[in-house]
Design a protein around this ligand. Structure first.
Ligand SMILES: C[S@@+](CC[C@H](N)C(=O)[O-])C[C@H]1O[C@@H](n2cnc3c(N)ncnc32)[C@H](O)[C@@H]1O
Length: 260
């Protein structure tokens, strides 16, 4: 299998890998302030139960070192922190001992996430780090649990990133990836395509004043490996017990695996 076939594409436009990275950075800098609002608008709020379900599957536990890669405005990390606090309240523990790192390549997304965390009362236990998934600034074997939600599609060299995830996870470490998928069941496909290529860019223009960013979203989803191809690539990065669960007929999928 050719490594990283998507690295030369920005959506449907041919680019160099360097240009793809730069254009993805500019998309997220441009939408950062409106990112959360746009997620609600374009998914009709559906991204929330998906993220709740994703974090329920991750089963974060107190004392675990957790890394959320491409963590953006912190939706997954904040849900993990909330779960850990609930667990500690149940145990009447003094401290919930959150140890959650959010790593994202884009400082603008992180800035929005930090403000949101403070608003929600999370002043400690969250470490925000600017870094590239393809070259994570962390030592080998340092995390028990690693997640990436709607991030992998934007990474230029997916196989490099997967290898990095395997490197920074400890033996027994768990990996969870939620991403839109190109393997959508056929009864849904027509209406989903219509929505993606007509409504999404229009919403992007009206709400975030950025049509291109949401055109890129629709195109990048079609360029992303389907569930079976992604499973293969995760296995190639030395993960075991790799499985996936489809959400809404394969519009999105959660892949998981372990480091044994
Ligand atoms: C669609 S957002 C997802 C944010 C968050 N995980 C969520 O589920 O809402 C994609 C994020 O991936 C980040 N990203 C893109 N390429 C990256 C890379 N190579 N390394 C780390 N983060 C990256 C972007 O900056 C952006 O914050």
């Amino acid at each position: 299998m050719k490594k990283n076939p998507e690295s030369g594409w920005f959506g449907y436009t041919r680019t160099s890998p360097e240009e793809k990275t730069a254009r993805v950075a500019s998309v997220f800098s441009s939408v950062a302030e409106n990112y959360d609002l746009m997620n609600d608008f374009m998914s009709g709020g559906l991204h929330r139960p998906w993220k709740d379900h994703f974090v329920a599957k991750m089963r974060p536990r107190a004392g675990e070192a957790i890394l959320d890669v491409a963590g953006g405005t912190g939706d997954i990390a904040l849900r993990c922190a909330k779960k850990l606090r609930e667990q500690s309240l149940m145990r009447e523990a003094q401290s919930s001992r959150e140890n959650i790192t959010i790593c994202d390549i884009n400082p603008d997304m992180i800035k929005v996430g930090q403000a949101k965390a403070i608003d929600q009362g999370y002043l400690t236990g969250l470490n925000w780090v600017v870094g590239n998934a393809e070259k994570l600034p962390f030592a080998d074997n340092s995390f028990d649990l690693l997640s990436i939600s709607f991030g992998l599609r934007n990474v230029t060299h997916i196989d490099e990133a997967l290898a990095e995830f395997a490197r920074v996870l400890k033996t027994g470490g768990r990996f969870y990836c939620m991403e839109f998928s190109s393997g959508v069941i056929s009864p849904l496909k027509k209406i989903y395509d219509l929505y993606s290529f007509s409504v999404l860019p229009w919403l992007g223009e009206k709400v975030a004043n950025d049509r291109e960013a949401y055109q890129y979203l629709a195109e990048s989803i079609r360029q992303f490996p389907d569930q079976t191809a992604l499973t293969k690539r995760i296995k190639n990065a030395s993960f075991d017990n790799v499985r996936h669960e489809n959400l809404m007929g394969g519009i999105a999928a959660i892949h998981s695996g372990w480091i044994l």
